[in-house]
Structure formats: structure tokens, C-alpha cells
Design a protein around this ligand. Sequence first.
Ligand code: FAD
Length: 494
Amino acid sequence: METGSINKVVILGGGTAGWMAAALLRRALPENIAITLVESDQIGTVGVGEATIPPIRQLNQVLGIDEAEFLRETKGTAKLGIMFDGWRVQGESYMHAFGPVGKNFPFCEFHHYWARAQAEGYVSDYWDYSLNYQAAIAGKFLPLNSVTKTNLPGVSYAYHFDAGLYANLLRRHAETKGVLRVEGKVGDVRKAAHNDFVASLKLEDGREIFGDLFVDCSGFSGLLIGKSLGVKYSSWNKWLPCDRAIAVPSGGVAPVPPYTRSIAHDAGWQWQIPLQHRTGNGLVYSSAYWDADQALSVLMKNLPGEPLSEPKNISFQTGCREKQWQGNVVSIGLSSGFLEPLESTSIHLIQTGVTRLINFFPHHKICDQEIAEFNRLSRLELEAVRDFIILHYKVNERTDSKFWRDCANMDIPESLRNKIELFRVSGKMPNEPGSLFSESAWLQVMIGQGVHPGDYHPSADNMTSKQLRAFLQGMKSLICSSVESMPSHERFFS
Ligand code: FAD
């Protein structure tokens, strides 16, 4: 592949992906590489994407964004996990709380001790040992590094924020550091004469933006990677059946819960994302089971407050581009793939996508080996997240609607089937190298969805029954008193 060095990066799109890419690339690349971002006010952004996972805090730190300023500017709140209502059976809830549950020993994870105690008749709730969960349901929050006066792991948190306000904050940040913003609608994409590289973006008003490397953050349209370069999209619809969403904000609630809510309905699920000033709501559903009117009526009946605007309909297809990088175009954000918002992973995948681009940023020329490795790692990451999301649908025990029965009966990727069976038989839940979701996240969803460990690790026999009970009781009471001394969640942002 023949190209010269990269002197100018052009980012197409000014949504969360575009501005995150602009801010991070500007932070990482030398000043002699110019960065231009093109966005169209007329097209606008997807306007959703308000719940995150803990690594977002590292992004803000790397960009030098102060937490207090961030919370103020984005109307942000803390997120300790996601409460899943009615996912296993109707009327029951569990949480995927961030951070570890209990405390792992060097050769034996905590859940093996918990499983042994269960087997011996000392039945306790797995979440009794989660500081995040206990704080979340008490409406408390404090960014603790460890449980008060112990070496037990502390609070792990992310944020809820207003997506538009966050994009504005990133934009200000990126522009101050030298990113050039061009407002205008791209009408045509010009290719180089001698290869299949993109040479320039032609705006509808006649301006032409030239670049050496293009970052496609154009959202679902995938204007460069898909429409211009023809990179195909693999659909994962057979495993992730939802393909529509309706979003509508409603008034704020008090007290503001420090967690996202995901409420299962007959053919999909509803999100509630509490911000300081309003609640972000939406319904994700499958168009094979519900039409838009049915979905809208379910959403509007279940809003936690008065709607603040007209509902917005969004169509999507879960899946990903067969390649995230082709030629001189790297796709980031919705243009590169979408895994539905159940575990709030898209913004994180933008963060890792841009970080990967920085790691593989071409020096003298774009080379095939860098592209191939970038694409391989992107695919592995997406597939691991995909399996985790499928798990929520697959291991449900709902018999009340066809949607849930079909999900329970569907075929799943072999990688996931093996993981479920391993846990069901042996209680083992190894951490996948480089995987986004830790064993603690997988365990909570497995147990919450009704898959229980069939055995425990022999090392968990290294204490007597009496010691084991004392160990569990002691941990539970330390967590309880730590939560009791925490302030309310509101104190964090007010
Ligand atoms: P967009 O926001 O669509 O931005 C595309 C940009 O490209 C815009 O600026 C647009 O103007 C520009 N553009 C497009 N075409 C042209 C053109 N021809 N000329 C010029 N400019 C152009 N993620 C999470 O992490 N957490 C969540 O809770 C979450 N919830 C979601 C809920 C739903 C229903 C959906 C659909 C997504 C959700 N996501 C969530 C994903 C999240 O919204 C996106 O990952 C994020 O907003 C990034 O979008 P984007 O920047 O790729 O695309």
C-alpha cells in the first residue's frame, strides 16, 4: 500500500464519537499533524447515549477534564451499576454493580467461598458483598478507594450525563487545543486517482476538505467506511433481536438514583437514566414482535415523569463492519458497529477505538500489517462484548411472551455456550485476557439471570465452616457500616 506520511487527519462527524476522537487524537498526536472535524448542524447527532462504564473516568483524566467541572457542565450523576428489572422472571430484579463483589484470594475468587457457604446451607444474597450494590440501593455515594478502614475494594463508578452537553464540553476542549471545526454537509466523497483511498470531502456549498487519514464518525450512515469504500456490515440480529428504539426525556426524579434502570417488557426493554435535571428514557424493542405504536404506548405508560419533548424513533441493526479500518479510513462510533445500549458499552468502544488508533497511528506510511492488527483487535473486543449482552437475553426464564421464549431457545455463539456450561458445571468463571467485562460482571449477570455455580474451587475448603460464616458475616457488616457513613448521592453533584 503506497502513501506518504500523515500530516492531516479529517474527522467526519461531531457526535460523541467525533468529538471524543478529536480531543483524544489532539492530546496524543504531535502538533504538526493537523486535525479538522467536519459536522453538519442540519443532520445533527443521534442524541442518545447517556450512560457509561467506569473507564470513562480515565478518559476525562487523560484529557485533563476536572470532575466537578464535568458534572456541572454535563448535568452528570454517578452510576454504580445497572438494575435489571424483570429480566429473569417478572417481578424480580438484580444488579450488575460495577467493581468486585467480595474479595478475591490469590488462587480462589470470592464467589467460590460464597458458593461453598450456599452448599452448606448458609444462604446469603451474592450482592450482600457488593459495596456498589449496597450504596446504590441506599441512594448513597462516595468515591471510596476501599471499604472504610479495611483493605476491601472500594466504589467503582461511572457517570450518567447529557450526551449533547458532553459533546459540547469535548468540543470546547478540542478546539482550545487546536482542532479546526468545519460546519457543513458532505455531499460527495472524492477518491484518490491511483488507489481506493479517500482524497477529500466535498461539501454541498462547494468547499473541499483534503486529508491524509479520515476518521469516519458519521454515525449509522457510515458515509466513508460503508457508502464510499463499500465495507460490509455483519448483522448480529439473530442473537440480538432488538432493532428499534424510542427515546424521550422526562422530568427529574428525587432522590436521584445512582444507577441506570433496565426494565424488561414483553418484546424489549426500557432504560431510565437519571440526570440532575431530567431522566433519559427509552424503549429498545424488536420490530418482529411489536409495531411502533405498541412500543410507544408501553414506553409512555411507564415513564417516571412527564415527557419533556416528542418521542424520537431510531432504527438500528446490531452488528459491526467487517473491517473497522480500510485504506485511509478508520471508522469509530456508530459507523463501525452497534451492540445495542443494554450495558452502555458504545461510548466505551469509542474510547478504546480511538486509543487503538493512537497505538497503531501510521508513522511514514499506512501499512497493511497495522490495519490487519487493528481490525483483528477491534473484532475480538466487539465479539466479547456481544457475548456478554447476548447472555442477558439467552438465560431468561420468562415464559410469558413469545419474544422471551424465543430468546431462551435461540442458538448462541459457541464461545458463550461454553462459558455458561463451564460455570453451570464447575462454578469457574475465568477472566478472558483483555476482556472488558470482568469475572464479577459475568457472575452477577449469570446469577441474576438464574445460572448458578454447580460446584466451587477446592481452595474454598481452606477454612472451617465456622470460619467461613464469620468471614462472610464480617464482610457483610463492614460493607453495611461503610454505606451507612456515606452521604447521599445528591451531595456528589450539588
Ligand atoms: P452520531 O451522534 O449520529 O453523530 C454523527 C455525526 O456525523 C453528526 O455530527 C452528523 O452531523 C455527522 N454527519 C453525518 N453525515 C454527515 C454528512 N453527510 N456531512 C456532515 N456531517 C455528517 N452508548 C452508550 O455508551 N451508552 C448509552 O446509554 C447509549 N444509549 C444508546 C441508546 C440508543 C437507542 C442508541 C441508538 C445508541 C445508544 N448509545 C449508547 C450509543 C451512542 O449513542 C453512540 O455511540 C454515540 O452517541 C456516538 O454516536 P456517533 O458520534 O457515532 O454518531
